[in-house]
Design a protein around this ligand. Structure first.
Ligand SMILES: [Zn+2]
Length: 149
């Protein structure tokens, strides 16, 4: 091997080393980000809150149909399908898919289920903390109560 080839080989090794280093770095960064992405859930069977961390999300959270009623007659509109989708988490208390989306109170730490029907605001049942405004009490963005007709 002459010196020119040696330099080429050295450069090639250096490039590969940098590539591997970058790959490992990015993979670790992604894993760290996933670790931080905790989601909160509320077990409707045991009435307890729990959390699912990033790495467990794929295994313990699923999106499925809300109604088990089978529709065999072919065409169903996409909009109708998405209406029926519901996200569930596997509860460590019941061992079943009884977890519904929840939020953790930033004030007292209570985990409470989120209303998914858009009826009213989600407030901590213990101290009225609002996860949207990060303060206590309803936000001003809330629509006014319906007027009697
Ligand atoms: Zn609270």
């Amino acid at each position: 091997m002459n010196s020119k080839e040696g330099v080429k080989l050295g450069i090639a090794i250096a490039i590969i080393a940098v590539a591997i280093g970058l790959f490992v770095y990015r993979t670790r960064a992604a894993a760290d980000a996933a670790d931080d992405s905790k989601t909160f859930w509320y077990c409707t069977q045991s009435n307890k809150g729990f959390e699912v961390s990033g790495p467990d999300y794929d295994r313990n959270v699923r999106t499925g149909r809300k109604t088990a009623a089978p529709q065999q007659e072919g065409t169903i509109s996409r909009a109708r399908l998405s209406d029926d989708l519901v996200t569930q988490a596997k509860s460590p208390y019941s061992g079943d898919w009884t977890g519904v989306p929840a939020s953790k109170c930033g004030d007292c730490g209570e985990i409470f289920p989120l209303k998914t029907d858009a009826q009213g605001e989600n407030l901590c049942p213990k101290c009225n903390w609002n996860p949207v405004t990060q303060t206590k009490g309803p936000s001003n963005l809330a629509p006014p109560p319906e007027k009697p007709e």
